[in-house]
Design a protein around this ligand. Structure first.
Ligand SMILES: [Zn+2]
Length: 329
C-alpha cells in the first residue's frame, strides 16, 4: 500500500530542488533614502516561505577569509574598508553611505556567493539571495558595490582546485566593469556581459564578450542576442561552473535602466541562461545583482520569476533525474 503521507512529504521536500543562501542581516542596513532597495532580500525570503520553501533550505553565509578576498582585492583596500578609512572621493564613487552594517553586508555577500558556488557544484544549482556586486574593482568600489563577490568566489574555487574554469553570465543592465577588470586576461575565467551602452559605467573595460544594447531596445532584440550567444559560448568555453547575475534592472519600469524588457522577456532570458547550462550539466550559481523598479514588488517578482524558472529547469535536469535517465537507457 502506498504511504500517502510519505508521498506528500516527498513532494513538499522537492518544492525547490536546490538551496538558498540568505542572511537576515542583508536587509538590516540603513541606506537612508536610497534607490537601492535593500529590503528586497527580506521580501524575497518571505515570498519563498509563502511559496512553500522550508526554512532548512536557507543556508546562512559566513564571513570570508581574507585569503580569498586577496585573490581579487588589494590588501590596502581591504584594510581601508575595515578601518572605515575610505576617502571622500572613494565614498562618492560607492554612492552608498558608509556604515558598519553596510561593510558587514559587503563581506557577508562574498561569503554567501562562495557558499552558493560550493553548493551549486554539489547539487547542480544554488540561489544566493544576494550577491552580484559587479562594479567592485581591485582597489576600489563603485556604484553600490564594495567587494566583488562573484570574482572572489570564482578565484577561491579555482585556487582550491574545485574548478578548472568558470564563466560569468552578467545580465544586469549595467556593464560588469569591475568583474571584467579583475578577471581580465585570466584563461580560467570567461566574462560575458549583456548591457545597455548609454548608461553607467561610462568606461566599460572589455569582458571576454560584451553585447551592447541601446536605450529603448526591447525583448525581441535582447532575446535574439542571448539566443545567438549563450548556447554558443557554453559549447565553446565549456565552463565547470556558471555564475549567473540575474539583474532585475533591464526591466521596462526600472528607475535606472532604459531597456524596455518586459517581465515575460526577463523570464525567457532566465530560461535561455539556465536551461542551456543545465542541459549541458553545467552547475549554476544564481546571484541577484541590481533591480530598481519604481515598485519594489516588481523587483521582487522578477527575482522570484528567476527562482521559478530555476525550479522548472532544475526539476528537468536535476542530477538525480539525469542519473535515472542514464539508468533507463
Ligand atoms: Zn545594475
Amino acid at each position: 500500500m502506498v504511504d500517502f503521507s510519505k508521498f506528500l512529504k516527498h513532494l513538499w521536500r522537492e518544492k525547490f530542488p536546490f538551496k538558498f543562501v540568505y542572511s537576515d542581516s542583508y536587509w538590516m542596513v540603513d541606506l537612508e533614502e536610497h534607490v537601492f532597495p535593500i529590503k528586497k532580500y527580506r521580501l524575497i525570503y518571505e515570498r519563498l516561505l509563502r511559496s512553500g520553501a522550508k526554512k532548512e533550505k536557507f543556508i546562512s553565509p559566513s564571513m570570508p577569509d581574507d585569503k580569498a578576498l586577496l585573490f581579487v582585492h588589494s590588501q590596502r583596500y581591504i584594510k581601508k574598508i575595515k578601518a572605515g578609512k575610505l576617502s571622500s572621493s572613494e565614498l562618492q564613487a560607492l554612492e552608498i553611505p558608509y556604515s558598519a552594517e553596510g561593510i558587514e553586508f559587503a563581506f557577508l555577500n562574498v561569503g554567501g556567493t562562495i557558499e552558493a558556488a560550493e553548493l551549486a557544484q554539489k547539487e547542480g544549482l544554488c540561489i544566493h539571495i544576494g550577491g552580484g556586486f559587479h562594479h567592485a574593482f581591485y582597489d576600489h568600489g563603485e556604484g553600490f558595490c564594495v567587494l566583488n563577490d562573484t570574482a572572489v568566489a570564482l578565484e577561491h574555487l579555482k585556487q582550491k582546485g574545485d574548478i578548472q574554469k568558470a564563466m560569468v553570465v552578467d545580465c544586469d543592465v549595467h556593464q560588469g566593469n569591475g568583474t571584467a577588470s579583475v578577471l581580465s586576461g585570466k584563461e580560467h575565467a570567461f566574462t560575458f556581459s549583456i548591457h545597455q551602452m548609454d548608461l553607467y559605467p561610462a568606461i566599460k573595460p572589455e569582458s571576454s564578450l560584451d553585447v551592447g544594447l541601446w536605450s529603448g531596445d526591447g525583448d525581441e532584440k535582447y532575446l535574439e542576442l542571448l539566443n545567438s550567444n549563450i548556447p554558443r559560448i557554453y559549447h565553446e568555453y565549456k565552463p565547470d561552473l556558471i555564475f549567473y547575475l540575474a539583474g532585475a534592472d533591464p526591466f521596462e519600469k526600472d528607475q535606472l535602466g532604459g531597456l524596455k524588457i518586459t517581465m515575460l522577456g526577463l523570464k525567457e532570458r532566465d530560461n535561455i541562461v539556465l536551461k542551456n547550462a543545465r542541459k549541458l550539466r553545467i552547475p549554476v550559481v544564481v546571484v541577484l545583482a541590481g533591480g530598481y523598479a519604481y515598485d519594489i514588488d516588481d523587483t521582487v517578482t522578477i527575482h522570484m520569476n528567476t527562482i521559478k524558472v530555476a525550479q522548472k529547469v532544475q526539476r528537468k535536469y536535476s542530477p538525480k533525474k539525469i542519473y535515472k535517465q542514464a539508468e533507463d537507457q
